[in-house]
Design a binder for this molecule. Structure first.
Ligand code: BG6
Length: 514
C-alpha cells in the first residue's frame, strides 16, 4: 500500500489520526457543467473541499458546455451553484481563491475548435495556476456521448500528459448509468479502456462515498461481536431498502426507459449488498476490497422464478408531504403508455456457505411513504422458547438495522421483559445515532469522492468487472419484466404494490415498515 493511499482513507489505517490529505496541484474539467448534477452536487462539493482547505492553491475548475457564457458569467453561475449547495459556511475569500482558476470553454463535443480551446486553456492554467499538467475529466453527460468525448480527449492529446510533464496524471471520472445491460456496459468499458488505463478510470457510485456506507466496513470488521452471528446459522434474511418520497421531478428524459432497477439497484443496492455479505478483506486497499466484493457479486443469483420472486410497479396519483401529487404517467415528459418501473423489489440469493438459504430482499421506489435507506439484518428466532406463546406474543425477530439515511445510525432490536408481575416479552430497540454521538459532521459523498479522484485513491470506485457482474444479476430480471406488456401500480405515498408484499409473503416473511 502506498503511503498516499493509507493517508487518504482513514479506514485503511485506524492508527492514522491525521487530517485527510490535501490534493496536489491539479484541475477538474467538468463536461456537462450546466446540468443538474454539476450545479447541485459537483460545484458545491468543490467549494466545500476548498473551504475545508483540502484543495491546493494551484487548483483549476474548467466548465465545458454548449452554452453562451463568457468567463465572468460562468463564474457567476458557478458561484451561485456553490453558494446554494455548499454544506460548509460561505466565505467569499475562499470563492475568490477558487475564482482565479475558474474557466469556461464553450462548444459542442464534436467541435474540434472547442477542443483546441480546451487544450489551450489547460496549458494556460498549467502556467498561471501551476496545475502542472494534472487534470481530471469529469463526464457528467449522457453515456451516449462518452465515446465522442473520450475519443476527442485522445485525438487532442489530452488523455495523457506526457508532453507537458512526464510525471503528470490524467484521469477520467464517469457517472452512471454504466450502460443499460451487460452488453452495453461492455461496449462502454471498451470505449473508455481504449483511451485510459484501468487505474485512471473512476466510476462514481455516490453511495460508496456516504459516511454510513463506509461505516458498514468499520462495523463489521473493527468489532468482534457481530462476526460470529453474521452467517446462515443465525441470520434469517436481509432486507435492503432505498425508499424515496420524491417523484421523478424534471428527470423524465433520463429516467423513462431506465427505471428503478437500472437506476439504483444495479449500482447502489448491489454495492450495499456486497459490503454486507463479503468476507473480510486482507486490507482496505482497493484491490483487496474489490476481490471480496467481486466474490459476492459473482455468486449472487437472480431468482429462478422471476415471476414469483420479483415485483415492479409504477406510482399513480396520491400524496407526498400532505400534498396531492401526480402519477408517473402524468409527469412532464413521460409518454402515456410508458411501462417504466418506479418501484422494484427482488430476492437475490448468494451461493456461498456463509449465505446459503439466506435471501437478500432488495427494494427501491420513488414516491413511497418517506425517504429512508436502510439495511436490516433479520435474525432467526431462538431455537427454543422456555416461555409460553402468550408471553412472547409481542416478540418479533431480532434485527440489526443500519440506517444509511436520513436518520443515520444503527438500531438493534431484541426482546425484553415488560416490567410487571407477569412474564411478558416485547421488542425493544437499542439505538446509536450519529447526531447524538459525534460532533464531527459528515462530508457530502461527492466531496469525498472528488478528493479521492484528485488523490488517485481508488477503493471507493467500482471497477468494470463489478459493473458487469451487477448487470449479469439484473439482466434476466429486467428482460423478464420487459416481456410483460403491462405494469403493476401503487399509490404515491404508500409503501409499494401489493405484489411486493405477496412476493415476500410467499417466503413466509414480510417487509419491515421503516
Ligand atoms: C441517484 C439516482 O443515483 O440516487 C436518483 O439516480 C436517486 O434517482 C438518487 O434519487 C438518490 O440519492 P440519495 O443520495 O439522495 O439517496
Amino acid at each position: 500500500m502506498t503511503r498516499r493511499a493509507a493517508y487518504a482513507n482513514p479506514l485503511r489505517d485506524p492508527q492514522d489520526r491525521r487530517l485527510p490529505q490535501i490534493a496536489g496541484p491539479c484541475g477538474v474539467v467538468l463536461f456537462g457543467v450546466t446540468g443538474d448534477l454539476a450545479r447541485r452536487k459537483l460545484i458545491p462539493a468543490i467549494y466545500d473541499l476548498a473551504n475545508r482547505g483540502l484543495l491546493p492553491p494551484g487548483f483549476a475548475m474548467v466548465g465545458f458546455a454548449r452554452h453562451d457564457f463568457g468567463d465572468s458569467n460562468f463564474a457567476e453561475f458557478a458561484r451561485e451553484a456553490a453558494r446554494a449547495g455548499a454544506r460548509t459556511a460561505w466565505r467569499e475569500s475562499v470563492w475568490k481563491q477558487l475564482y482565479s482558476g475558474v474557466r469556461f470553454v464553450e462548444g459542442s463535443f464534436d467541435d474540434d475548435e472547442a477542443w483546441e480551446r480546451l487544450t489551450a486553456t489547460l496549458a494556460e492554467l498549467d502556467a498561471s495556476q501551476g496545475t502542472q499538467g494534472n487534470h481530471a475529466f469529469y463526464l457528467s453527460i449522457p453515456p451516449s456521448l462518452f465515446g465522442t468525448v473520450v475519443g476527442k480527449l485522445k485525438q487532442h492529446g489530452l488523455a495523457s500528459a506526457g508532453a507537458v510533464n512526464p510525471e503528470a496524471w490524467r484521469r477520467v471520472v464517469i457517472e452512471k448509468p454504466f450502460g443499460h445491460d451487460l452488453e452495453s456496459a461492455q461496449e462502454l468499458n471498451a470505449i473508455v479502456g481504449e483511451v485510459f488505463a484501468p487505474g485512471s478510470v473512476f466510476r462514481i457510485d455516490h453511495y460508496l462515498g456516504k459516511e454510513t456506507v463506509q461505516n458498514i466496513l468499520a462495523f463489521r470488521f473493527a468489532n468482534n461481536m457481530f462476526e460470529p452471528v453474521w452467517n446462515s446459522n443465525y441470520v434469517d434474511h436481509v432486507q435492503i431498502t432505498m425508499a424515496e418520497d420524491i417523484g421523478i421531478g424534471s428527470r423524465a428524459g433520463y429516467y423513462d426507459g431506465i427505471g428503478a432497477a437500472r437506476d439504483v439497484i444495479q449500482n447502489h443496492l448491489l454495492q450495499l449488498m456486497a459490503l454486507i455479505a463479503m468476507e473480510e478483506p486482507v486490507s482496505f486497499d482497493a484491490k483487496s476490497l474489490r476481490i471480496e466484493k467481486q466474490k459476492i457479486l459473482a455468486n449472487a443469483r437472480p431468482p429462478e422464478r422471476i415471476d414469483l420472486h420479483t415485483a415492479h410497479a409504477q406510482y399513480t396519483e396520491g400524496w407526498a408531504g400532505g400534498e396531492p401529487v401526480d402519477g408517473y404517467l402524468q409527469e412532464d415528459g413521460i409518454p402515456a403508455d410508458s411501462t417504466t418501473e418506479t418501484y422494484a423489489a427482488m430476492r437475490i440469493d448468494i451461493g456461498t456457505r456463509r449465505w446459503a438459504n439466506v435471501p437478500f430482499y432488495l427494494r427501491v421506489g420513488k414516491r413511497l411513504g418517506r425517504r429512508v435507506t436502510e439495511v436490516a439484518v433479520v435474525f432467526k428466532r431462538a431455537p427454543h422458547q422456555p416461555f409460553s406463546r402468550d408471553d412472547t406474543e409481542a416478540l418479533g425477530q431480532n434485527a440489526l438495522v443500519m440506517r444509511i439515511q436520513p436518520d443515520e445510525g444503527v438500531t438493534l432490536r431484541f426482546g425484553a421483559k415488560v416490567p410487571g408481575t407477569v412474564m411478558e416479552i416485547r421488542d425493544v430497540n437499542m439505538d446509536f445515532a450519529y447526531g447524538g454521538t459525534f460532533v464531527e459532521s459528515s462530508p457530502e459523498a461527492y466531496e469525498r469522492l472528488i478528493l479521492d479522484v484528485l488523490l488517485g485513491d481508488p477503493p471507493l470506485f467500482p471497477r468494470h468487472e463489478e459493473v458487469e457482474m451487477s448487470w449479469q444479476i439484473l439482466d434476466p430480471i429486467i428482460k423478464h419484466w420487459e416481456r410483460q406488456k403491462s405494469i403493476d401500480t401503487y399509490g404515491a405515498g404508500t409503501w409499494g404494490p401489493a405484489s411486493a408484499d405477496e412476493m415476500i409473503a410467499r417466503d413466509g416473511r414480510r417487509w419491515r415498515r421503516p
